[in-house]
Design a protein around this ligand. Structure first.
Ligand code: ADP
Ligand code: MG
Length: 392
């Protein structure tokens, strides 16, 4: 997706006020009636209508007049709200080129005021590229299109929380800088995804490091679940960094063993194919008397040193048990499918009817905190408080 950040420069305070009003209205409307947007935004002399037209022109809003005259946010609109919030917080001040397109994300370079380059990941859970389209549809059939935004937000929150906790435990991951809505800001990893690397000086060492990571994660109670050559970065010194955490599960997950084995197998398969590494097929459990112990495939049941400290840290960083349950329900189908080579076709902009009260209630508190917490201009906080209360 093209993110035309030049638009950001031309958007006024009123534009953002109306955009935020639409976001708030989407808590309980799939399409937010224009009158409600006008009421929440509270611009003088019906100014909101002109602004809505402008936002529509820039594709930050989608117009729908099928049942009544109303609007909803587009992903682009949501991107701009997140980016604006980050810019206001001083996290970065410019957005640069796109550096990655994931299965359900877009990655851009951003720069701080003093010229440091970071990366942002914009989660897009609505952009389905897995085979699990059907299971997602079933899950979301009775939910509003806002749930795409809600789930993308959860994915970002989860990724941020895991990245931070993993970093604190000495895992080679990007430095987690900040998180807002569906956007995670992190350090820029030097190097390339392993899939692009044709040659290594020390393939054995890199292989051992990578397999060691799967084991160490499990010892900390976690399984990556999408551990492969696309989510492992490697720099010129052959230093390894792992990325992409929204699908991680606990070792207590009912399919934990399968996910663990699959992560290990992905690495074995890739190194065998790409670097002709003659890695052993036998597991630690089998009778491998002639097997070099260094090359034994790690076995899930032999992981003993499990600590649960990460769980506590994750909760402390704002990612709750309910968040985990919600996102797990959604990614269930994906988890099964991640190991498959078969990628389905993208279905962009799939929308759903009706609403889900539980999600909406959950969202309410998060949004208000965010809205009030992010206004940085004098007197804005008070105004926004009223602004937040204006909605029925
Ligand atoms: P997805 O969850 O959609 O697969 P990823 O987190 O794997 O997204 O990111 C997609 C791609 O973007 C990666 O394969 C990598 O090339 C690039 N990328 C992601 N994060 C970073 C980062 N912090 N620094 C540099 N490149 C990154
Ligand atoms: Mg990835």
């Amino acid at each position: 997706m093209k993110l035309d950040v030049n638009v950001l420069r031309y958007l006024s305070k009123d534009d953002f006020r109306v955009l935020t009003a639409v976001e708030m209205g989407m808590r309980n409307h799939e399409i937010v009636p224009s009158e409600l947007i006008d009421r929440i935004a509270g611009l003088k002399h019906g100014g909101s209508y002109k602004v809505m037209k402008n936002l529509l022109k820039h594709k930050l809003l989608h117009h729908d007049a099928s049942k009544y005259d109303g609007f909803r946010l587009t992903y682009l609109g949501y991107d701009f709200l997140a980016i604006k919030t980050m810019v206001n917080r001083g996290v970065f001040s410019a957005v640069g080129r796109q550096i990655g397109v994931g299965k359900e994300s877009d990655i851009f370079e951003v720069a701080t005021e003093d010229g440091k380059v970071l990366a942002i990941k914009l989660h897009r859970l609505g952009r389905i590229s897995f085979r699990a389209v059907k299971s997602k549809r079933d899950y979301l059939r009775h939910r509003s299109s806002y749930n795409w935004l809600y789930l993308s937000r959860l994915a970002a929150l989860k990724e941020f929380a895991f990245m931070k906790a993993l970093e604190e435990h000495g895992f080679p991951v990007p430095n987690a800088v900040d998180c807002n809505r569906h956007c995670v800001v992190m350090s820029l990893v030097q190097g390339y995804p392993l899939v692009q690397v044709k040659q290594l000086q020390n393939p054995d060492t890199v292989f051992e490091t990578i397999v060691g990571l799967v084991v160490r994660l499990a010892e900390h109670g976690l399984i990556h679940c999408d551990f492969n050559e696309f989510n492992i970065m490697i720099d010129d010194d052959e230093k390894v960094t792992m990325i992409d955490f929204p699908q991680m599960v606990s070792v207590s997950h009912r399919n934990a063993q399968m996910y663990f084995d699959r992560d290990v197998e992905c690495i074995f398969k890739f190194f065998r194919r790409r670097f002709n590494l003659s890695v052993e097929e036998q597991t630690a459990e089998s009778d491998g008397s002639d097997v070099d112990s260094d090359e034994i495939r790690p076995c899930f049941s032999s992981i003993t040193k499990v600590t649960d400290s990460l769980d506590k840290e994750l909760a402390a960083s704002g990612f709750t048990r309910k968040d985990q349950d919600d996102i797990e329900k959604f990614i269930e189908g994906d988890l099964e499918d991640l190991g498959s080579d078969d990628e389905g076709t993208a279905e962009e902009g799939y929308t759903f009817d009706a609403t889900n009260d539980a999600d909406i209630r959950h969202l309410d508190s998060l949004h208000l905190v965010e809205l009030i917490g992010t206004c940085d201009e004098k007197g804005e906080s008070e105004k926004n408080q009223q602004f937040a209360e204006a909605e029925p």
